[in-house]
Design a protein around this ligand. Structure first.
Ligand SMILES: Nc1nc2c(ncn2[C@@H]2O[C@H](COP(=O)(O)OP(=O)(O)OP(=O)(O)O)[C@@H](O)[C@H]2O)c(=O)[nH]1
Ligand SMILES: [Mg+2]
Length: 302
């Protein structure tokens, strides 16, 4: 078994770090009771049967300066670094960029190269298509990429009002830790997509981590993501495989039990020639032990 994995959540105060952690854990009732985090709050989490320690770094100025005094303790042996930016707080973007610069400098000083994931947060459903959001994210991304040359940096848009936006960003980070297995899984999902005429497929763990995804087009992937909360919700209520047909889109959610793994397979198609009958058939696994082995690796070797 591998050792504990360390994931950092940084960003200035009020960015939404602690909220994001609560959303991941489905602690919705905590959200209205949040207070600024005092210094560092560490919590342990078992994700995909692997032990993670999530470090929530309170973002008030008096704490941030302390982090750089003990940078070795905080910024070494990271598996992932999430940097959260409140997109609705444009008056403080300069502070945000300064903080990010200091973090990257600390990582360089310590010779650390964790994957960095930027969350443009508080992109709530009512503002996601506004020009301001487009402008701010483009401008910030430019600055961030310039500061973090040589690092792997990815960007996501999130909001606590879309739990799946947070899960997608989090799952992506987890998958970054297991690149090779991810590729194999994705190939597997590709053959299933072919089998069913699906244009996008997701494989989700019991703890809501997207462990595999495959899509023919960016558009299909987006569509599938938009329906995720709905599909999951219906499934929780009905406890039966879900079929959803809307505006020429067809989606299914099927529980998939492979060895000791309980997963959900979600398929999407916008191809009008695919019938519900064929789309909702159970998955044919030619070589179940192959697939089980792959999952085993995925869960053990992150
Ligand atoms: N509109 C909106 N508000 C959010 C979102 N996420 C968090 N918030 C609000 O932002 C405020 C700050 O959230 P926190 O999670 O406490 O922020 P934090 O980054 O942990 O702040 P510090 O602990 O001080 O560093 C709270 O009032 C949240 O309800 C979001 O996606 N959209
Ligand atoms: Mg906090």
């Amino acid at each position: 078994m591998s050792e504990m994995k360390k994931i950092l959540f940084c960003g200035i105060d009020n960015a939404g770090k602690t909220s994001i952690l609560h959303i991941l854990r489905k602690n919705y009732s905590f959200l209205s009771k949040l207070k600024p985090t005092k210094g560092i709050e560490r919590s342990q989490s078992k994700i995909l049967e692997i032990d993670f320690v999530l470090w929530d770094l309170g973002g008030q100025e008096q704490y941030i300066s302390q982090y750089f005094d003990r940078k070795e303790f905080i910024f070494t042996e990271l598996n992932l670094l999430y940097f959260i930016i409140d997109i609705q707080d444009e008056v403080r973007f300069d502070n945000v960029i300064t903080y990010f610069e200091n973090i990257v400098q600390a990582l360089k000083d310590l010779d650390q190269k964790p994957n960095i994931i930027i969350l443009y947060h508080k992109i709530d459903p009512d503002i996601e298509h506004t020009t301001n959001v487009a402008l701010y994210t483009r401008d910030l991304s430019k600055k961030i990429n310039k500061i973090a040359v040589g690092f792997s940096v990815d960007f996501f848009q999130t909001s606590i009002f879309k739990r799946w936006s947070i899960l997608a960003a989090f799952s992506y980070g987890i998958r970054r830790l297991s690149e090779q297995n991810v590729k194999k899984l994705s190939n597997y999902l590709g053959t299933w997509a072919e089998q069913f005429g699906a244009t996008a497929v997701l494989l989700i763990s019991a703890d809501d981590i997207i462990i595999g995804e495959y899509s023919k087009t960016q558009d299909s992937a987006l569509k599938l993501n938009q329906y995720l909360d709905e599909l999951r919700h219906i499934y929780v209520l009905s406890k039966k495989p879900v079929v959803l047909k809307l505006n020429g889109d067809m989606l299914t959610l099927n529980p998939l039990h492979v060895g000791k793994f309980s997963l959900d397979l979600i398929k999407y198609t916008n191809n009008p020639e695919i019938t519900e009958d064929s789309f909702t058939k159970p998955v044919q696994m030619d070589n179940q032990s192959d697939f089980e082995g792959l999952l085993h690796n995925f869960f053990q070797k992150i």
